[in-house]
Design a protein around this ligand. Sequence first.
Ligand SMILES: O=C(CO)COP(=O)(O)O
Length: 132
Amino acid sequence: MNIALIAHDRKKEMLTNFCVAYKNVFENHKLYATGTTGKVVSEATGLKTNRFLSGPLGGDQQIGALIAEDKMDLVLFFRDPLLAQPHEPDITALLRLCDVHNIPVATNIATAEVLITGLKEGLIDWRKLSKK
Ligand SMILES: O=C(CO)COP(=O)(O)O
């Protein structure tokens, strides 16, 4: 499965800890990330991440393009709901595309826990069947 990892600055530590905790799951999948998130996660966990541009410079849009092409299977986007982002339209567009293409997406750690458990249990395997 192709998994996108994205976190706003004040959520990066949380996502990193999440990736450490579930390293055994993530290492069986292909990871993509926005620039800074990928750097931080890879350095802390040793997991390989395919990194795009930093979010404010277009990274969210690059991940959005993969979603539009039906190439992303799961998105974990730890958003900061208490801080305005300069690239808010890009964030909205990415989440909209998840809804357009029915891609499982978590925007906080509580939902991410549920999705990662579902991933382990094979509950997202339908994605393999739905590939165009
Ligand atoms: O801004 C982001 C998502 O909207 C994340 O970008 P970085 O991973 O480059 O910090």
